[in-house]
Design a protein around this ligand. Structure first.
Ligand code: NAP
Length: 286
């Protein structure tokens, strides 16, 4: 039931209809008996700023932000009293905007927390603080992942991208622990990797994943794919066939939603509902 005190939060993107966030948050709300609702918004592609600025003052508690608005969400926090978290600044993008009643906004990026949650759940024996992590891709997700990994104490991150300048730009933003490579240098980039993350959009919808120089991959290397449609991507299937441990993108999605939920509704999500199983059922039915 919607009441006069129902807290409202949502996700904004374009397009947004395939977002799994309403499914996840509304199951947590229902199971936790929280008087809140989570909806999806899709302003025109050039209308994010007008849309989000109109919510200042706390018309709603906050927003998760997805493509193509994550960079604009960071820029939203440009007024006196607005706040930007360190991870959002380092990531160059925000996926969480909170609207306070005094008209200020707080922006954050929980994608990195989602990535670490996924590793903790599915590869708990991997010690990231002594691992070389290879990230394939240098878009927004790769930049956020690299920032989160460095802040979490990962000693070395190698970014492999077909457009070297984009990988170099992440390396120069994050410092000497991050190095940039092109795919033809992949053997050197993969040498000694403890984990490899696909942060390209390759494999989405069942296509072929990024190339891996398997001869340079050690036995214990963990493979993670941010793509979760399908859940077992081509990249993960090839790693699994070679006996590698896998981490899928669905737990990253759930892991970024958890701190967002707490920020919107004031309490962590209840463990009494298995949102992964619910999301998996939806993915399988789609
Ligand atoms: P993006 O900014 O558009 O970046 C896409 C990356 O993929 C770029 O590095 C691009 O290389 C590379 N790429 C695209 N097509 C390629 C091709 N044919 N060959 C080689 N490289 C190619 O996207 P993003 O926001 O970073 O997202 C990347 C993926 O992560 C998406 O599939 C997204 O759905 C997923 N993601 C998942 C989660 C989650 O919660 N699981 C969260 C965030 C993102 P160039 O730089 O050379 O163009």
């Amino acid at each position: 039931m919607i009441s006069g005190q129902t807290l409202v939060a949502g996700v904004v993107g374009w397009p947004v209809r395939h977002s799994m966030s309403p499914l996840i948050h509304n199951h947590w709300l229902q199971a936790g008996g929280v008087d809140g609702v989570y909806v999806a918004f899709s302003p025109p592609k050039d209308g994010f700023s007008a849309f989000a600025s109109g919510l200042r003052g706390g018309a709603i508690r906050g927003l998760n932000v997805t493509l193509p608005f994550k960079e604009q969400a960071l820029s939203l926090a440009s007024g006196a009293g607005d706040q930007v978290s360190d991870i959002a600044r380092l990531s160059g993008a925000a996926n969480l905007v909170l609207f306070d009643s005094d008209g200020s906004v707080r922006v954050d990026n929980t994608d990195g927390e989602g990535l670490l949650y996924a590793f903790a759940r599915q590869a708990p024996s991997l010690n990231l603080t002594s691992a070389l992590v290879v990230i394939l891709g240098a878009g927004g997700a790769a930049r956020g992942a690299a920032a989160a990994l460095i802040l979490a104490g990962v000693p070395r991150v190698h970014i492999v991208n077909r457009t070297l300048e984009k990988a170099q730009s992440i390396a120069s933003a994050l410092g000497p622990k991050v190095q940039a490579f092109v795919p033809t240098q992949a053997e050197a980039a993969f040498d000694g990797a403890g984990a490899v993350i696909n942060a390209t959009s390759l494999g989405l919808g069942g296509g072929e994943g990024p190339a891996v120089p398997w001869q340079s991959v050690s036995e214990g290397t963990v493979f993670m794919d941010m793509v979760y449609r399908p859940l077992e991507t081509d990249f993960l299937a090839k790693a699994k066939a070679r006996g590698h441990q896998m981490v899928d993108g669905l737990d990253m999605l759930i892991g970024q939603a958890r701190p967002s939920f707490e920020a919107f509704f004031g309490a962590p999500p209840t463990p009494s509902v298995d949102v992964r199983a619910i999301a998996l059922a939806q993915l399988t039915a789609a």
